[in-house]
Design a protein around this ligand. Structure first.
Ligand SMILES: [Zn+2]
Length: 604
């Protein structure tokens, strides 16, 4: 990737049924932001998009329980989630939602294109009706025992215990949640995506993938062995209407939530382009023809969502482009790019347990940000997150990493080099002749740009931040050895100036290397070094109108063309420096006990 590319960062869509906890954002949120920030700094044209996923049975069920409409519930959590992601400094070009009219139109365009090409087929299946009223019983009103795991509270479309998707007639002991009666199953029509028609094309595409994490590639290949047609409509009132004659005005059938949510990557890109003033601009990231040859698409998610990104989304793109077994022609968007890479993370647990809101084994992002700095969490996720193994978040380890690594390592380097300089010179001093030790530490920082950059490009962020922190450790060692605080005599003064100049140059370089990971503190360090303007651009929340006449909503967006480049910038002697304020906060060890007391115990 030496030349400038169009890089799509397609980030998993958080489900709008509650606030996000730190397990959610450690999988999809922070890694995609680190990658996007680095890619922009390296000169690529990045489009980072996502939004809240707002359809489906769970939202309808929760809205019923809360006595609000699904739209009201989605409005509430869309706003909460937008604020959470903003607080973490996640630099979305557009974070939108699936209830926009733009999204509905694009979902329907893809549905129609797939249907025209023969990849969506109608099938007669069994649907539930209420014997006492004779009316359709939507999936969410049917519960019973899961045929896979035996959980007794499974719903007609999904088991919340094992996560498997179900059909209502598969439930053992099915009953109506409204009045307990046993539903009657009658024949009804639904639409299915003909997934087997894409097995060969997806297999060929997977064979050409490079650099994927091996477990993701292996898992995806295995899925192809047993592809079945998959239902893409449900008995439900909340969702995108089916855009076919005889169906579009029906109130009891909707497009299945997973089908509409994956299309969000495309609809959000199109919404971003329409808002940018160039409605066709999205094609630079998506079009598979000549102008799209430099377009790369990276998809970020937790491992439970791999199937949607490595099989189902490629199938939709292939079918719409007319490239499955049945051929066909591309719709109005033309042929569309498949993912370059599916970047899946593993799970984060909390103090050895699965995150669970009901059991209070959880910390929500907004509660975290009320008590701690965003960069402290971003540091933990990058250095110790679930990149390629399931990983445990413990408060003791969080405090230890904050205090020993961020505060005592990086913060201390920034603080002592700038304080000493401010006290002795009041400005960045010019360097005299350099010794081999000076040149060596400057070289360690300069080579960091190649090594750290390459690791981030390969989604090895844990190793990347480790390399950046190695530069910090080398600089701390250099300062201790050179001991510029001892070089106070008139005769030693020129050498003191050189050592401090070199130290500050390494601080500046290390700060750039850490900018994708720690953007908030990077801006502060840049300013402490006398920099003016934007170093690390930040997202903003904007209240927007729906482009097609629906209700308004908040989005996350920003201007990320400004800010630091991925390179060493020589410091300018004579730049005034003031005594620094601390960049990071040391945490009292008593924090661990306080946080553990907030967690719920076991259920027993
Ligand atoms: Zn189950």
């Amino acid at each position: 990737m030496d030349t400038m590319s169009h890089v799509l960062a397609a980030v998993a869509w958080p489900y709008a049924n509650g606030p996000r906890h730190i397990g959610h954002v450690s999988g999809f949120g922070v890694p995609s932001d680190v990658f996007s920030r680095f890619m922009r700094m390296a000169g690529h044209d990045v489009l980072m998009v996502s939004g809240t996923d707002e359809h489906g049975t769970p939202i309808q069920v929760q809205a019923d329980a809360d006595g609000v409409t699904p739209r009201q519930l989605a409005d509430r959590y869309n706003r909460v989630i937008v604020e959470d992601l903003h607080g973490l400094g996640l630099s979305y070009d557009l974070f939108t939602r699936t209830t926009t009219r733009n999204h509905y139109a694009i979902v329907q365009e893809l549905f129609e294109g797939l249907h025209r090409n023969g990849y969506i087929v109608a099938r007669t299946t069994l649907g539930a009706i209420s014997p006492s009223t004779g009316r359709t019983l939507p999936d969410r009103y049917i519960e019973g025992t899961c045929p896979i795991c035996g959980y007794d509270g499974a719903r007609g479309d999904q088991c919340d215990n094992c996560g498997n998707q179900l059909d209502p007639e598969q439930l053992l002991n099915p009953r109506s949640r409204i009045n307990g009666e046993v539903p009657k199953f009658v024949e009804t029509e639904h639409f299915f995506l003909d997934l087997p028609a894409f097995a060969e094309a997806i297999g060929g595409w997977l064979d050409r993938r490079e650099n994927w994490r091996p477990n993701v590639l292996k898992f995806s290949r295995n899925l192809l062995d047993d592809l079945q047609p998959r239902a893409i409509t449900r008995d439900l009132e909340w969702g995108v209407p089916i855009p076919l004659d005889g169906w579009r005005d029906r109130n009891d059938k909707r497009i299945y939530v997973w089908f509409d949510a994956v299309i969000g990557y495309l609809s959000a890109s199109i919404e971003w382009a329409r808002r940018s003033g160039d409605p066709e601009a999205w094609r630079q990231w998506w079009s598979a023809d000549a102008q799209g040859k430099d377009a790369l698409g990276y998809y970020f998610m937790g491992k439970d969502n791999i199937v949607f990104h490595s099989v189902i989304w490629p199938a939709l793109l292939l079918g719409y482009s007319g490239e499955g077994d049945k051929g066909g022609t591309a719709g109005e968007f033309g042929k569309l790019n498949l993912p370059t890479e599916v970047v899946s993370s593993e799970y984060l647990t909390m103090e050895g347990k699965k995150f669970s809101s009901s059991r209070r084994v959880v910390i929500y992002v907004r509660d975290f940000l009320e008590r701690y700095d965003a960069d402290a969490l971003r540091y933990f996720i990058a250095a110790a997150g679930p990149e390629s193994n399931d990983t445990d978040f413990t408060w003791a380890e969080f405090v230890r990493r904050n205090n020993d690594e961020l505060v005592a390592g990086w913060g201390n380097l920034v603080n002592r080099s700038i304080s000493l300089t401010a006290k002795n010179f009041g400005e960045i001093p010019a360097a005299g002749p350099l010794t081999p030790e000076d040149e060596a530490v400057l070289e360690v920082a300069k080579t960091g740009f190649a090594t750290v950059g390459e690791l981030i490009g390969k989604h090895r962020q844990k190793a990347a931040i480790g390399e950046a922190m190695r530069v910090v450790a080398e600089a701390n060692r250099y300062l201790s050895e050179q001991a510029p605080w001892k070089l106070k005599s008139d005769e030693d003064k020129p050498r003191q100036a050189t050592v401090l100049h070199v130290a500050l140059q390494v601080v500046s370089d290390a700060n750039t290397l850490l900018t994708p990971f720690l953007p908030h503190s990077a801006q502060k360090v840049f300013e402490l070094l006398g920099g003016e303007g934007v170093h690390a651009p930040m997202p903003r929340i904007e209240e927007v109108e729906d482009l097609d006449g629906g209700p308004g909503y908040p989005v996350l967006t920003g201007d990320y063309k400004v800010g630091a480049r991925w390179e060493s910038v020589p410091l300018v002697p004579g730049t005034p420096l003031a005594a620094p304020t601390p960049v990071f906060r040391k945490l009292d060890p008593s924090v661990v006990e306080e946080e553990l007391a907030r967690l719920g115990g076991d259920e027993s």
